[in-house]
Design a protein around this ligand. Structure first.
Ligand SMILES: NC(=O)C1=CN([C@@H]2O[C@H](COP(=O)(O)OP(=O)(O)OC[C@H]3O[C@@H](n4cnc5c(N)ncnc54)[C@H](OP(=O)(O)O)[C@@H]3O)[C@@H](O)[C@H]2O)C=CC1
Ligand SMILES: CCCCCC(=O)O
Length: 470
């Protein structure tokens, strides 16, 4: 994909601005029709999508289906199934003081939306958020990351087959193009990316008081109890951490393990990683690559520095610059000053931090920014509830990982430094809609009791209200 010039961006923006009023009036049936067409196009393009993801990431066809294509298909089906219900006015019920008022919520499109997405799930993320945006009746400019060019091409091809550019436009660009887009006025900006860039987006949005959704990241902990099946939990963590070579926003970033389990868990990680990827993961057909040299160098430097500071590699540690390959790596005794413990890892390196009492682990988590996700593993429900009660996270999974994002009725989002607002399903539709309060007064207008000049009748009415409702 070519980068558009700034004047081309302005032209697309103006085109969509002109068309937004009309798109906002599209009935739910027409929006549903467009989403059904999108679903059909995606199914028809599965092989091309898999090939593009392989070229960008060396992502296996099966992993692309599981984490990219199926995720979009399920989201589209859920939206298509519910769009009729979601777009209808919603009564908020009766109130004794407003017996003559029909009170309801009316869902109106925000209008013109900017969606900015990162490179790590370059098919799933643009399409999942665009689907909700279209369902809500908006026009949208979709700005993709320049680091996933092959997948971007198929995303653009599919969307151009479904939507005219004055409804959905797909752009690729770097900081310059994105910065220019952010100087334009939108009704909602949906950003997925790092907290650092999230702050830039929020600042730009503040110029026009534009609504935002910030889907950010952070260091998502996994907390293990002693009361677990160690092998099963390790197998679970291996998938959650090393899918997409660890380049997943809700991947467990590090794992807090009871000290008593140290020797057992380290041995089981060695065994299970061998089971998962064979003797040499570089030859595994299931294992992806780091997206580019910049990210590769960042991770290798963090690993090298960690080892210089005394960290012990429990399993893995091999790298291959030509292949942009980093072996699935589990590491212990990482210094707290090392970037593996101070920054979001966003790669296939898994520090283990040992603890003695659960409140020590909870303090470790709470001493850091609120994470995007938090994982708790224990056969003891009281342990799980205790961890949830004394921590905060965007989302949480108990005795599993990542799957919370796939549940159609759970919102996806962070909290404070890991995100603002919620996405997917009903929550995505609501984010891209304005939830308008309507009070439809029938017959005698309630405010007549307060009209000027204030009278004895008004005083009596106010006394009655305080007596009944005060
Ligand atoms: N909550 C969620 O759903 C998800 C969160 N993430 C988070 O995203 C991060 C990894 O993705 P990554 O792409 O590196 O994140 P970045 O924040 O670097 O980039 C995200 C998007 O913002 C653009 N961008 C980068 N710098 C600027 C800037 N200065 N001004 C305007 N736009 C900019 C990028 O464009 P370009 O790439 O072209 O530079 C990209 O489209 C991690 O923190 C991860 O946790 C990732 C996936 C999902
Ligand atoms: C299968 C998990 C996908 C998580 C979304 C993300 O990291 O972008």
């Amino acid at each position: 994909m070519e980068y558009p010039s700034l004047s081309e961006i302005d032209k697309i923006y103006a085109l969509q601005q002109k068309n937004t009023a009309e798109i906002k009036q599209l009935p739910a049936s027409k929006r549903e029709q467009l989403l059904r067409k999108l679903l059909t196009k995606i199914k028809e393009a599965e092989n091309e999508i898999q090939a593009a993801l392989y070229q960008d990431f060396h992502k296996s066809a099966l992993e692309s289906t599981i984490t990219e294509i199926l995720a979009v298909e399920m989201e589209l089906k859920h939206i298509i199934k519910n769009i009729g219900k979601w777009t209808k006015d919603k009564s908020v019920g009766w109130s004794a003081m407003f017996t003559n008022v029909k009170a309801y919520l009316h869902y109106e499109p925000k209008g013109h939306v900017l969606i900015i997405t990162p490179w790590n799930y370059p098919f799933q993320l643009p399409l999942v958020h665009l689907a909700a945006c279209i369902a809500a009746g908006n026009t949208a400019i979709l700005k993709l990351s320049e680091f996933s060019p092959h997948t971007n091409r198929i995303v653009k091809k599919i969307l151009q087959e479904v939507f005219p550019e004055d409804h959905v436009a797909v752009l690729e660009g770097e900081v310059k193009e994105t910065t220019h887009l952010l100087s334009l006025r939108f009704d909602h900006i949906h950003f997925t990316g790092s907290p650092a860039v999230g702050k830039i987006i929020m600042e730009a949005a503040s110029k026009n008081l534009t609504d935002i959704t910030l889907e950010l990241g952070g260091k998502s902990p996994a907390v293990l109890d002693r009361n677990i099946n160690v092998r099963r939990v390790v197998q679970n963590l291996i998938w959650a951490k090393f899918v997409n070579a660890g380049q997943t926003c809700i991947a467990p970033d590090y794992v807090l393990v009871p000290r008593q389990l140290k020797s057992e868990i380290e041995q089981v990680f060695r065994e299970e990683l061998r089971e998962a990827f064979g003797r040499d993961a570089i030859n595994s057909p299931d294992y992806a690559r780091i997206i580019n040299k910049k990210q590769f160098d960042r991770l290798v430097e963090a690993l090298t520095d960690a080892k210089h500071l005394g960290a012990q590699v429990i399993s893995g540690g091999a790298t291959d610059e030509k292949e942009l390959y980093i072996e699935p790596t589990v590491i212990g005794q990482v210094a707290m000053t090392n970037s593996l413990m101070t920054e979001e890892i966003f790669g296939p390196i898994f520090p283990i931090v040992y603890y003695s009492q659960i409140d020590e682990a909870i303090k470790f988590i709470n001493d850091r920014e609120k994470p995007l996700a938090l994982y708790v593993f224990s056969n003891d429900g009281i342990f799980n509830k205790h961890v949830i009660r004394y921590t905060s996270a965007g989302s949480t999974c108990i005795n599993d990982a990542l799957i919370q994002i796939m549940h159609p009725k759970l919102p996806f989002g962070g909290v404070n430094n890991s995100g603002i607002g919620q996405s997917t399903g009903w929550y995505g539709f609501r984010a891209f809609s304005h939830e308008r309060a309507v009070a439809d007064a029938k017959g005698f207008p309630l405010s007549k009791m307060f009209w000027f000049p204030y009278s004895e009748r008004t005083h009596k009415f106010v006394q009655w209200i305080r007596k009944i409702f005060g």
